[in-house]
Design a protein around this ligand. Sequence first.
Ligand code: BES
Ligand code: MN
Ligand code: MN
Length: 481
Amino acid sequence: MTTSAALDWLKSNEKPSIDRWVDWLKIPSISTDPAYRDQCRAAGEWCRAQLESLGFDAKLVEAGDIGPDGKGSGHPVVLATIEPAAGYKGPHVLFYGHYDVQPVDPIDLWESPPFEPVIRDAKAGETGGKRVVARGAVDDKGQVMTFLEACRAWKEATGHATGGARYTVMIEGEEESGSVSLPKFVKDHAKQLGECDVCLISDTGMLGRTQPAITYGVRGLAYTEITLHSANQDLHSGLWGGRCPNPITELARTLSLLHDKKRRVTIPGFYKDVVPLTKKERDNWKKLKFNAAAALKKIGLPKQADIGEAGFTAMEREWGRPTAEINGIWGGYTGKGAKTVIPAHASAKVSFRLVAKQDPRKITKMFFAWCKKHTPPGCRWELSDHHGGFGVTTPIDSPPMQAASRALKTASGKAPALIKSGGSIPVAGMLKDVLGLDTIFMGFGLDDDRVHSPNEKFEIDCFQMGCRAHAAFLGELTSTK
Ligand code: BES
Ligand code: MN
Ligand code: MN
């Protein structure tokens, strides 16, 4: 009953592990697009069957409103449990992941079809090693797979998929579309999920190829869509231009007021619940020696592009400060050629990354009030709320956190760095809010994995480090080295 037996199994079974992962990647589980509804269920079912084959009691639970056919309006949640070994005294771990993926567009920029995974070496001009290229490679199927393969290793080595540790597994299918059915799911299953002591998620990144990390916090999110209506019809811009509001111009003018000269968000009260960064945290982050200019270079930008809220470094802005972003803006004529028109309306998607105690509902309300206050003369807003979630910060000295840290050391030979991330994972806020659960983010991605972009990849070395880390974590929980 040892971690080393599980690690040996992983080493001699690399190929079948990758084959299983590739199999899952072939299912196009794009949660935001209704056309892929059946494939989302199929990806959930694939995962359920894997867990069952590992000895878990695994089911698909309908999510959202249940229709006459018994199916939920949302994508089903995979929920699984396993009988722990008699006398197991360690924590009850809730492993969370998501089987859904982001849309693939722009499809033309993919070098190979997004759902036909390719295993290849780095090309000239690319850094890193052998990788799997496919949508979902790293976010999040590949990372969930690191856990499943660690369980397979323990099962093969010892007969028990978690080595006897108490685990509940929850793999959802709506993370990439805001986990909208999940608050109800968590409340409905509060008794079962509330028995867990800590949540473990592999859906974040490392500091570098050879520098593993534990992420101890993610930001929250409030996502909105706004439309500015002007005339009750599209107008000839020669006859009406200069006589009435052009909603595109007015929308752009309004949105340009979202930030002041110091690039701070101007919405009154926006920073009210933001806890200032402590000197200690800022000092710790400085020691990580993050090179902002090098990171910008990788995305084709010069060092002058290191802009954002005045008074904070790039890392502080990403990890510890809230932002307002325009994610899309449209209106009027965007087809080929020219058309002289003043449209009836113009729209934008506007979202906010949140920190500390900022409440996404309150932020959305404040933003809508701000829009109303800045309503251009004669115009009218249509304001809608997409989704949101709280950010979280995890205490860094808890026993499970220390166990994760030791597991990463076993898996990589290096003590993990403690980092935060600017991304969002809505479930973490819900678990804290509803059940008081803290989340440990033990992820294995790299910042050049092209998450959400064409040619998403996960490097085999990172994947294997993930498998070893989960295997070692199970050893830590069951104290069987
Ligand atoms: N796995 C990501 C979040 C992430 C990526 C965190 C890298 C840390 C490092 C997750 O799947 C994601 O994309 N979340 C969305 C949130 C959502 C509500 C659409 C995000 O952050 O935009
Ligand atoms: Mn993810
Ligand atoms: Mn994602």
